[in-house]
Design a protein around this ligand. Structure first.
Ligand code: PPS
Length: 299
């Protein structure tokens, strides 16, 4: 089935709602993407801090190659530094040509990726976010994408989100699939929440470096390199770069679909209260409790 309501129509494919115009590309991933054992995959539920995680992981992995003053992040949006598997700029032929170890990203649920990802032992860094904040971020983003031509009513968008109908949703299946994978492969899968990144970025940066396989040396730690990474990738720094105010991430049929500037809005925890009613908040909290009951995952 296909549903309208978000800025572009969604189609349900193998229990996941994908933007209809991306369906052909993403349907190919499961059978045609060839995971390598040394791949590092940044898997995120959309609107959870993907742009931020890409900036951090890229900076950590490549820190021996670049100077902080003359860093690619000053000129390139993080979304372009780590390609999305199967998406615009990350088509599967191109992905195949990237030398190992590859740093790749995806919004796809684990169920739409090749099962060999687990068996070959790909490392995964998963990032999700408290669902109320994620929903609010999604709603503002889709409104911006539609440029007022396709206004999305908040109540309708909320009802769809709670039914599981949002890009790459249901969100609960997305979170739970990666949560279970992190329990099954704790050495190879790091499960993170946006809130941890906001409250203790230094601690998360250290964990990211360990998982990527390039831990910080004592000398780097004592000379403030970790803090420099955090600052370079902070909301204020990234959002003030010229390219992020003027460029675009995705064009389809000559039309700009996603502007870089729409990837940076507030960057705060608990910001949902300025958009959603208290009643909506309570409704979503109850749903989240129900869906995650017994899993050990909590928000
Ligand atoms: S996307 O389109 O799914 O890739 O978007 P994504 O990057 O996952 O999520 C966008 C939200 O992340 C916030 N953001 C940041 N927060 C903190 N620090 C940094 N550096 C940062 N960069 C982006 C961005 O503002 C969106 O959240 P909201 O709540 O809408 O502000």
């Amino acid at each position: 089935p296909t549903r309208e309501g978000w800025s572009t129509p969604l189609t349900l494919y193998k229990n996941c709602w994908l933007r209809t115009h991306t369906l052909n590309r993403f349907m190919l991933v499961q059978d045609n993407f060839k995971p390598r054992s040394d791949d590092i995959i940044l898997a995120t539920h959309p609107k959870s801090g993907t742009t931020w995680l890409k900036a951090l992981a890229f900076t950590i992995a490549n820190r021996s190659s670049y100077d902080f003053a003359d860093h690619p992040l000053h000129a390139v949006n993080p979304q372009h530094l780590v390609p999305f598997i199967g998406a615009v700029g990350g088509d599967l032929d191109y992905i195949e040509t990237i030398p190992s170890p590859r740093l790749l990203s995806t919004h796809l649920p684990l169920s739409l990726l090749p099962p060999s990802l687990s068996t070959v032992g790909c490392r995964i860094i998963y990032l999700c976010r408290e669902p109320k904040d994620s929903f609010v971020s999604r709603w503002h983003f889709d409104n911006k994408m539609s440029k007022g031509n396709y206004p999305i009513n908040l109540d309708e968008a909320f009802a769809m989100f709670c039914e599981g109908c949002s890009p790459f949703g249901p969100f609960w299946d997305h979170y739970l699939q990666y949560w279970k994978e992190s329990l099954a492969r704790p050495q190879e899968v790091l499960f993170l929440k946006y809130e941890e990144l906001v409250f203790d970025p230094v601690k998360v940066v250290l964990k990211l470096a360990d998982l990527i396989g390039v831990p910080f040396t004592q000398e780097e730690e004592s000379s403030g390199v970790v803090e420099k990474v955090v600052k370079l990738c902070s909301f204020n720094e990234l959002s003030s770069q010229g390219v992020n105010q003027t460029g675009s991430v995705e064009r389809v049929g000559g039309k700009i679909l996603i502007q870089f500037s729409s990837l940076f809005r507030k960057g705060k925890v608990g910001e949902w209260v300025n958009t959603m009613s208290k009643e909506m908040g309570e409704k979503l909290d109850i749903l989240v409790e129900e869906k995650f009951k017994g899993s050990g995952l909590m928000f």
